[in-house]
Ligand binder design. Sequence first.
Ligand SMILES: Nc1nc2c(c(=O)[nH]1)N[C@H]1C(S)=C(S)[C@@H](COP(=O)(O)O)O[C@H]1N2
Ligand SMILES: [Mo]
Length: 437
Amino acid sequence: MPNREWPRSMATLREDAMTEKTDAPRPSRRRFLTGAAGLVAAGAAGAARADEKNLPPNIAPWSKTLGDGVAVRPYGQPSKFEKDVIRRDVQWLTASRESSVSFTPLHELDGIITPNGLCFERHHGGIAEVDPHDYRLMIHGLVDKPLIFTLEDLKRLPRVNRIYFLECAANSGMEWRGAQLNGCQYTHGMIHSVMYTGVPLKLLLEQAGVKPNGKWLLVEGGDASGLDRSLPLDKALDDCLVAYRMNGEMLRPEQGYPVRLVVPGWQGNIWIKWLRRIEVGDEPWYTREETSKYTDLMPNGKARKFTFVMDAKSVITSPSPQAPIRNKGFLVISGLAWSGRGKVARVDVSLDGGRNWRTAKIDGPVLDKSLVRFYAEIEWNGEPLLLQSRAMDETGYVQPTKDELRAIRGVNSIYHNNGIQTWSVKANGEVENVEVG
Ligand SMILES: Nc1nc2c(c(=O)[nH]1)N[C@H]1C(S)=C(S)[C@@H](COP(=O)(O)O)O[C@H]1N2
Ligand SMILES: [Mo]
């Protein structure tokens, strides 16, 4: 364990600030800048912005007046100082607002849960505003008893709570031919992870009674795109949920209010939002979204059929291009890893573009088909780094390099790019999206 500088320097800072004479101009700042922690240029901004009159031993205005009372803010919002923690889109990827994508600000988050208001959005026909009173879910086709459920019907049934990631198959899809977008929000932000509350789809199908020749389901959305996909019955009976809550509250309109399908570990496209219809059939429907779209075009011009599962993948969220390094010395490298095939077993981190690896520390829950948070703690003194992370899952699968992936998949693909990401860290702490050969 290296001798870490940070606890001492932080303690010094506080003591200095308290004993320094307040009439001295900017008493503590120089100490801070030249202290053992040694801020780099990029990081000085935060400290430099501080207003001396609010700092100890002075009393800040917020300590002198009463604040807003309870229920002045009936639905809570983040602090106004966090206004940059938002979903963002990429202009050249936004053909129209209604058929587009916004990205989760992964670099601003920690732990494994995505706050509801920050979950990336992917709509093919805009956000449907479904009146919950007029919401219906229809199950028909090869069943003994066709059924129509109201929202209240669904809420009365036995329910479960599960945390799962949802990753769009097109996540990192812009990076097939080389490093392109500068920020993990854009390269990896088509993912979110929340706790769903819902009814196991198995339970609904049992009520309807699937006929022996029923093998596939058509699952269809109630939005203007009427997005539909074929779902194998085995998966439906295994772990799919008909969910109406995320992180405790009702689904957000963006995420399919009032009901969406949860298809753990599988590509986001099949997680039908505003779910309105489930038809049981004996073979797949080969809809647009599973033929001309959401298939992987191989180098020989053929497309893979049904690549539902999201393979193991990871990304370092900090430092990253939108989250540069602000201090020399002790540094926590932080990131996310996931696998659609089960639990993440291990995450490795490299500082030198994949030549040497160290095992990262996974902190927090390690759940099936869910995000895990990993950390690697290092000393950084301004040396350039080529940061990478590599996930391994419980099946023994190891996240490939981008070159390994391209050797098999070519560069015709958009979807299922789970190659290892490289961030180049410069001496001033800035970070850039690069590839290493
Ligand atoms: N009804 C409907 N369901 C849908 C979509 C849609 O446009 N309409 N988009 C799909 C795609 S491509 C993805 S990646 C996920 C996105 O879910 P999110 O908006 O909660 O991030 O929803 C899927 N389900
Ligand atoms: Mo998607």
